[in-house]
Design a protein around this ligand. Structure first.
Ligand SMILES: Nc1ncnc2c1ncn2[C@@H]1O[C@H](COP(=O)(O)OP(=O)(O)OP(=O)(O)O)[C@@H](O)[C@H]1O
Ligand SMILES: [Mg+2]
Length: 286
């Protein structure tokens, strides 16, 4: 028998070892909470008897409270999420409902006030600053609502910069930066600095930069907000392709219903809480 820890209720239960040996993608159902679990097993290693589910993001009763002097603002209330590796999720909701706050917690740019958050099985509340920085640079690519680019440095250098910190050799990073900029439609603008480019073009640089270290998870806050609909569609085809061809997890905030429907599921938020989870027809489980 093999012990499995449920990614939802965290209780331990046992399954026949034969299931892990026989199935290409072994699954189990937790007998306590009925959650269907994919079981991540590295078959080149001997299983040590403690396996985890294949989850990119697991949030349990997560709260975020901002302190404003003596006043407090409850920006997130009792957030519970289960996002599997390789899923594409959209987050929608009115301005101020907590979408960016939630994305920042998932991206380890900020910490929760209460609750538990696991990213790729790692309990981020138990990690120190160095561990969080390593998790961010190897696992997560960000596309921000405001572009966060270096203004007087070329598009090419902006994309290369993240790869310098990750120790990618010069030739490889230059080649990859060119390829990514061409992919987002900026092949003829790569020597221009962001302050010589339009808002839409700046956003495309930040999309290329988010992809530079080949992260397993892309977090995007309004990635097409500054693009015309043709460019927006092109970018969404690239982002959707990252999920379909490369198995990346994508979590995207958007105000645009049509853009949201590139995802498998849409989380609707209201007043700091998740109000509804919608499966997109023709995608995901539906
Ligand atoms: N650092 C902060 N300090 C205090 N309050 C904050 C802080 N950051 C966000 N808030 C508040 O938390 C709430 C949620 O903000 P958030 O940026 O997550 O909203 P949003 O859903 O992303 O909105 P938008 O669609 O306009 O980007 C807002 O009321 C905002 O004013
Ligand atoms: Mg926001």
């Amino acid at each position: 028998m093999i012990n499995i820890r449920c990614g939802n209720c965290e209780k331990l239960f046992s399954i026949e070892k034969q299931i892990l040996d026989d199935e290409i993608s072994p699954r189990a159902v937790c007998p306590y909470c009925n959650t269907h679990l994919k079981i991540g097993v590295d078959k080149t290693k001997t299983c040590n008897g403690l396996c985890s589910s294949n989850m990119a993001v697991e949030a349990r009763a997560v709260d975020k409270v901002y302190k404003l002097g003596k006043a407090e603002y409850h920006a997130l209330k009792d957030i519970n999420l289960n996002i599997e590796k390789g899923e594409f999720i959209s987050i929608m909701g009115p301005s101020g409902c907590g979408k960016s706050t939630l994305l920042n917690l998932i991206g380890c740019l900020d910490t929760a006030t209460a609750g538990r958050l696991r990213i790729g099985g790692n309990d981020v509340s138990a990690m120190n600053e160095n561990e969080l920085a390593r998790l961010r640079s190897h696992t997560i690519g960000f596309i921000f609502q405001t572009f966060n680019l270096i203004p007087r440095t070329s598009a090419l250098k902006n994309v290369e910069l993240a790869m310098i910190f990750a120790g990618v050799p010069r030739e490889t990073r230059r080649k990859r930066a060119r390829m990514l900029l061409e992919k987002v439609g900026l092949g003829d603008r790569m020597w221009h600095a962001p302050n010589e480019l339009s808002g839409g073009e700046r956003q495309r640089i930040s999309i290329a930069r988010a992809l530079s270290n080949n992260p397993s998870m892309i977090l995007a806050d309004e990635p097409t907000g500054n693009l015309d609909s043709k460019r927006g569609t092109e970018i969404m085809e690239i982002i959707r392709g990252l999920k379909e061809r490369e198995g990346k997890t994508v979590i995207m905030v958007t105000h645009d219903k049509d853009i949201a429907r590139y995802a498998d599921r849409i989380y609707h938020m209201k007043d700091g809480a998740i109000s509804e989870v919608e499966s997109v027809l023709g995608r995901g489980d539906s």
